[in-house]
Design a protein around this ligand. Sequence first.
Ligand code: DAH
Length: 339
Amino acid sequence: MKEKLENIKQAALEKIAGAGTLEALDEIRVAYLGKKGELTSVLKSMKEVAPEDRPRVGQMVNEARALIEGKLEETRASLAKKAREEKLKAEVIDVTLPAKKNQVGHKHPNTIALEEVERIFVGMGYEVVEGPEVEYDYYNFEALNIPKGHPARDEQDTFYINDRILLRSQTSPVQVRIMEQGRLPIRAIAPGRVFRSDEVDATHSPSFHQIEGLVIDKNITFADLKGTLAEFARELFGEDTKVKFRPHHFPFTEPSAEVDVSCFKCHGKGCRFCKGSGWIEILGCGMVHPNVLRMSGIDPEEYSGFAFGIGLERIALLKYEIDDMRLLYENDIRFLKQF
Ligand code: DAH
């Protein structure tokens, strides 16, 4: 019996010494000290031992058990320490590495351009208002002197909800909505999204943005329009920017004009940017048509005014020298964060 115990003890100690992991150690513990363990089975076979020898054998078993337990604990502690050290080593932090930066996004070039335009007009005493993107045919066309069948409707084909409701093709309907409120004088800009049934290419999109402008007061003349837009162009593109008013036709203004600015790249000499002409078109404008005033309840004998419509994308593309409008809609942060 003594020999058997000695063998068990030696085998257990050897195995403990060779255990490389905490799991292996635990298996050894179960194999020797567990309910069905080898040492436990020795205790169970005590009845085969002569009664007078039992106390001595019992003591030997207990000593062996204590020794194995002690060794197990000792090895467990050192294995746990080793494991912790390895973990720490593996997770070591290099404090000299550059930190990971949080991507917080970036203002869209359209937003930057719009804020700039708003700043300029607010500085001239304009208020900033908004109108609906889903609009009545009446506001988008009819009240702007574009009755059913008018050829100007063809140029602004849009998306129809039904016969009377559409996605606005321009921000000009906001003019009508402001005038209808009956508060005069008016000095307002109305930025927003507009829609046309256009194919996507480098200069077209079925959805883009305009900034409408409207001034109504007594004695407003074309000179006021000219001075206002010249000042706007100088603030937006630089002090030495020149403006040119080219006669044009819009149904809701009379007279009407398109406005070009001298190319801010080549200062009028002609370059790739202005396609060699030295001028870049930036907006449409004119004196509000008497019919339009009348339809919105304003007496054209007493009041006059001017209006203008700026393409926001056009301003953003020009200002930031972007040559493809599609880039503005892809929302690639690598593109956006350059501005
Ligand atoms: N709504 C016009 C367009 O989309 C732009 C425009 C031209 C607006 C002249 C105006 C204006 O207010 O007076 O083509």
